[in-house]
Structure formats: structure tokens, C-alpha cells
Design a protein around this ligand. Structure first.
Ligand SMILES: CC(C)(COP(=O)(O)OP(=O)(O)OC[C@H]1O[C@@H](n2cnc3c(N)ncnc32)[C@H](O)[C@@H]1OP(=O)(O)O)[C@@H](O)C(=O)NCCC(=O)NCCS
Length: 184
């Protein structure tokens, strides 16, 4: 594999990004996620969004998306994002590309002054990057997460001292605000 580059995506990358999700999640679930990603790109309530692609040998092999979210009751000064979705093309998995996308995304959000990042995902994967189960820390997901999957709802603190001082329910972007997107 050539040198890996992580960069912001452009409109020219949309087809390649869709291909990543169809490849990584398969045709059925992949199509749903492509619809979600395209919906979030044109959803005003998802902005500011951070969309990063992983590129090697001029080929896009991974993508990650962070979208705007809010903590209810309204804590005005707490800046929140949701990480969804993330995927790496099958032939390129297990080579730390997912890690590079998560780490670079969190670095850019920290520099942008974001306080908390939430994800509903693999409970063994995201703790590698400092994510912790969010429910027990007082953060409710937009829709109830089944108890057996409670650990899949996680939070990463980017500014020290936020967790423990605020809690509440997360309000996500309009397109993501459907129960089907919150079933692990
Ligand atoms: C999950 C995914 C994004 C990981 O990206 P990747 O580039 O393959 O993974 P990385 O090389 O960054 O893996 C880093 C580490 O996480 C581990 N890991 C990878 N996928 C994992 C998973 N699903 N659950 C737990 N650990 C996982 C790897 O073993 C590796 O461990 P190590 O650091 O101890 O060596 C990728 O496998 C993928 O796209 N999967 C299909 C779609 C999907 O499940 N997306 C995420 C939904 S939440």
C-alpha cells in the first residue's frame, strides 16, 4: 500500500464514498448507509460536518463523517458531534486506516473547539480511541438503545472537565433522527 493521505472530501469524491459503504457493508445495508450519507451532506442541521477520506495511490479506501448534534436541555456552550458512519474498503481493512480516520477526525474536532463526540458502534473498537460507554455517564441517545447493546453507545471527551459537569439527551441531525438508525 502506498503512502496514506487523510483529507477533507470534496463533491468529486461522492461516488467513491458510496462505493466504500457498498463494499464494506454489502449491497443491502450499504445502500441504506449511502442514502444516509447523501442525506446528511444536504441536511442543514448536520452542519458544520467533517467528512474525511483516506486515500492511497490516488484511490479512496476509507471514509468517516462527523455531524452536528446538541445536548438537551440546551447547554449552549457545549459543542457536540456524532461520528456516523465510518468504513474502510474490505481489501484495505486491518491496516490501521480506520484508526487513522478516527484519530485525524478527533484531532481536527479538538482544534475546532468541539467538546464531546458520540458514536453508536463496535464496543470493542472505539474504546481504542478513548470512547467510553455514554449511558452510565448521563448521556441519553436520540432513541433508546437496547440494554444488551448499551456499551455500543459511547462518548469521547475532547475538552477536559466536561463529562461529570453536564448530562442530558443527544439531539442529532434531522436525517439521522429516525429510529432505524439507532438499532445496533
Ligand atoms: C470497523 C472498521 C472501520 C475498522 O477499520 P480498519 O481499518 O479495518 O481497522 P484498523 O486497522 O484501524 O483496526 C485497528 C484495530 O481495531 C481492531 N478492529 C478492527 N475492526 C474491529 C471491530 N469491528 N471490532 C473490534 N475491533 C476491531 C483491529 O483488530 C485493530 O486492533 P489493534 O489496534 O489491536 O491491532 C472496518 O473494519 C470496517 O469498515 N468494517 C465494516 C464496516 C463497519 O463495521 N464500520 C464501523 C461501524 S461502527
Amino acid at each position: 500500500m502506498g503512502r496514506l493521505k487523510i483529507r477533507r472530501s470534496t463533491d468529486f469524491d461522492r461516488t467513491a464514498i458510496s462505493a466504500i459503504y457498498l463494499n464494506a457493508f454489502g449491497p443491502e445495508q450499504g445502500r441504506e448507509i449511502v442514502e444516509l450519507v447523501n442525506g446528511l451532506f444536504s441536511d442543514g442541521t448536520a452542519k458544520p460536518l467533517l467528512s474525511l477520506v483516506a486515500e492511497t495511490d490516488k484511490q479512496i479506501v476509507g471514509h468517516i463523517l462527523f455531524t452536528q448534534a446538541r445536548l438537551q436541555p440546551k447547554y449552549q456552550d457545549i459543542s457536540v458531534r456524532i461520528l456516523a458512519p465510518l468504513a474502510v474498503a474490505k481489501d484495505f481493512q486491518g491496516q490501521a486506516i480506520g484508526r487513522s480516520l478516527v484519530v485525524e477526525g478527533l484531532k481536527r474536532l479538538t482544534e475546532a473547539g468541539v467538546d464531546l463526540v458520540f458514536v453508536l458502534g463496535h464496543p470493542d473498537y472505539y474504546p481504542k480511541f478513548g470512547f467510553r460507554p455514554a449511558g452510565v455517564l448521563g448521556f441519553e441517545a436520540p432513541y433508546p438503545i437496547p440494554t444488551e447493546h448499551a456499551n455500543a453507545w459511547m462518548v469521547k471527551e475532547l475538552r477536559a472537565g466536561v463529562i461529570g459537569n453536564v448530562q442530558g439527551k443527544i439531539e442529532c441531525a434531522g436525517v439521522l433522527d429516525k429510529p432505524k438508525h439507532w438499532q445496533e
